[in-house]
Design a protein around this ligand. Structure first.
Ligand SMILES: NC(=O)c1ccc[n+]([C@@H]2O[C@H](COP(=O)([O-])OP(=O)(O)OC[C@H]3O[C@@H](n4cnc5c(N)ncnc54)[C@H](O)[C@@H]3O)[C@@H](O)[C@H]2O)c1
Length: 432
């Protein structure tokens, strides 16, 4: 397969061109002939014009690439090596939503031929590729895994917004359904990933590795969040404690904060779901999730207490929230815990203004029924800096004083501001 792809006798198809799929498709298209397939025609139309709908890539990243963008299944038929990178989110009951993945498997099943390969990149629970996706491909195609077509799994570690660690400079895990496919898939990915690959011993191992990377991060952050709650009660500065403890060689550097987005706050539910199916109800992972999900309510309670202690009636207060994306310097608002925080503030009848030049006002309105404002006022009772966008880092005491009433409150959720920046402040300052 590798040699045929390199000689352009065969094509690679990437199914699902989002934050993960588009960069990988364009990278493959530097060396191979690629079909970029997505069911969203509006996104395909933009990509044809060299525009990344996820706003991560620039038009120069599309130039000189051998790629055809399509929403047409018939065009997909011309490919022989399929990479599936569709979303794997959770529903309102925090249960894995496999609909996009199973539907993409069906599409691949319709066009896959004898001798072809399919590699899944979407984050799933161990067993999902072999137990949920492959049976659909087999049923649709009438072909048998390993005998008629080959399969593999290669989880993505891309970190949107990170300009240093990019697709090719992050070591990638690959796995195949048998030794032949493992070797071929490894060669194909090694061709584009300069950081190299790690060949996992099985597809299930590769699936499990991905899901625990984010579960571990979720849990470590949840410990920091719990410590922040405890230290707040003790009147101790959590950041100072972490700085001191961090001087020990084996103390891990994690920080408290809101855990949103489509990975860290979602992937543990995939692992928990499969574990429960197998008869074990995870305790530690679930506790971490609970604490991280509780943080917006904790922060809002703290803020309301501070307002009341200043003799203010929350329902007469005006609060500015800066940043609604799920993390810094990205436009992605999926599963934003800042939106949860805003709704908690609104539950206290607080008048909330939100700004974020990185986020699309239409997407925020559609997803959360919240409006972003253009012009901020100068009479906020409190300002919450919720996301550490680069352009927020330059603010100082003078700036915050200019947008707040006298004796306002600055809530710095990412501990962005140093004492020096806030020198001479005439407002209260609270951070996690
Ligand atoms: N975004 C990240 O930072 C990141 C990092 C590592 C892993 N992942 C994982 O990668 C996978 C993809 O995530 P993403 O962030 O790229 O998602 P995304 O929402 O940005 O993009 C998914 C794309 O798939 C398309 N799509 C949906 N159903 C389809 C179907 N049946 N057929 C064809 N296309 C379809 C959508 O139109 C969209 O363009 C998920 O499993 C995610 O957990 C994401």
């Amino acid at each position: 397969m590798y040699q045929d792809l390199l000689d352009k006798k065969k094509k690679i198809a990437v199914v699902g061109l989002g934050y993960v799929g588009l960069p990988i498709a364009l990278e493959f298209a530097k060396y191979f002939s690629v079909i970029g397939f997505d069911i969203n025609e509006a996104r395909i139309a933009l990509m044809r014009k060299g525009i990344d709908p996820s706003k991560e890539l620039e038009s120069k990243d599309f130039q000189g690439r051998d790629i055809e963008f399509t929403a047409d299944l018939e065009t997909l038929r011309h490919a022989h090596f399929f990479v599936v990178a569709v979303p794997t989110d959770i529903n309102e009951h925090k249960i894995p939503n496999l609909t996009p993945l199973l539907s993409a498997s069906k599409s691949v099943g319709k066009v896959i031929k004898k001798g072809d390969y399919v590699v899944f990149e979407s984050t799933v629970y161990p067993g999902c590729t072999e137990e949920d996706c492959l049976p659909i491909i087999e049923e649709e195609s009438g072909l048998v895994r390993n005998t008629d077509f080959k399969f593999g799994y290669s989880p993505e570690r891309i970190n949107p917004g990170d300009k240093e660690r990019t697709l090719t400079t992050i070591l990638k895990i690959v796995a195949g359904g048998d030794s032949e496919s493992a070797e071929e898939i490894n060669k194909i990915y090694s061709h584009i990933i300069t950081a190299g690959t790690h060949l996992a011993s099985s597809v299930k191992v590769a699936e499990a590795a991905k899901v625990i990377e984010n579960t571990q991060r979720d849990l470590n952050i949840s410990l920091m969040n719990e410590l922040a709650i405890i230290f707040d009660k003790m009147g101790i500065d959590t950041q100072e404690v972490l700085k001191a403890a961090g001087t020990k060689w084996n103390f891990l550097k994690f920080y408290p904060g809101l855990v949103g987005g489509h990975c860290i706050g979602v992937d543990p539910y995939y692992l928990m779901h499969k574990s429960k199916q197998l008869g074990y109800d995870p305790q530690v992972i679930a506790a971490g999730r609970r604490i991280n999900d509780f943080m917006p309510a904790f922060i809002v309670k703290k803020m309301v207490q501070m307002l009341i202690q200043k003799g203010k009636n929350p329902s007469e207060c005006k609060v500015l929230v800066k940043g609604i994306t799920f993390k810094e310097n990205v436009s992605d608002i999926r599963n934003s815990k800042v939106a949860t925080l805003v709704k908690e503030l609104m539950d206290y009848s607080i008048n909330v203004h939100i700004v974020d030049s990185h986020a699309s006002p239409n997407e925020v309105a559609h997803e959360y029924k919240l409006s972003l404002i253009d012009d901020i006022s100068n009479d906020y009772d409190a300002v919450v800096v919720a996301v550490s966008h680069n352009d927020y880092k330059k603010y100082n005491a003078e700036y915050f004083s200019s947008i707040m009433v006298d004796e306002g409150i600055l809530i710095d959720l990412k501990s962005i501001y140093s004492l020096k920046q806030l020198e001479g402040k005439n407002f209260d300052y609270w951070k996690l």
